[in-house]
Ligand binder design. Sequence first.
Ligand code: GRF
Length: 204
Amino acid sequence: CRIVVLISGSGSNLQSLIDAGQSGELGDADVVAVLSNKPGAYGLERAQQAGIATDCVEHQRFDSREAFDNALRDAIDRHQPDLVILAGFMRILTPDFVRHYRGRLLNIHPSLLPKYPGLHTHQRALDAGDTEAGATVHFVTEELDGGPPIIQAKVPTLPDDSAETLAARVLSKEHRIYPLAARWFAEGRLQLNDSEARLDDKAL
Ligand code: GRF
């Protein structure tokens, strides 16, 4: 299973996937390329250190979201991925892009979805007085952070927590569940069912 990982920043989730690949925890899956929309993303260095191909498609160079997504798609498809993993990739993707990778595009989101889609998840959990927080790996669909969940990890919130301390606790769990989900996918155990088609069937 050929995995292409998209990043924008530090790439600690990417690192957990690289490490899991090297220790055999991903089964026959391998990270074959890492793409960033930011040239300075530290995750690119992590990939290079692991001998993995990298590419950068800078969103600022494109006039529209569509033009950027088309260029990104070409850059991804050059590596013939079976699975595309968003790991801290901070761009909203167009419906066409998402459809192109339907059923083979995963994201990790730092909240217990469906709670807190979008940004500032940890602060929102603390503000709401939640006693637990966490992260969710999910299939990407056209709805932002709204696709079917695959696995969640929970952590407690602590009385002295700031958004930063909570984020660190959640992140360490992210590093465990993302490789697990990637492995399940590689083993053919995850499938995105086409609920629209099922609805059509019922309508008939
Ligand atoms: C993680 O918190 C992830 O859940 C979110 O972006 C962050 C990426 O961190 N989508 P890293 O770049 O993997 O260290």
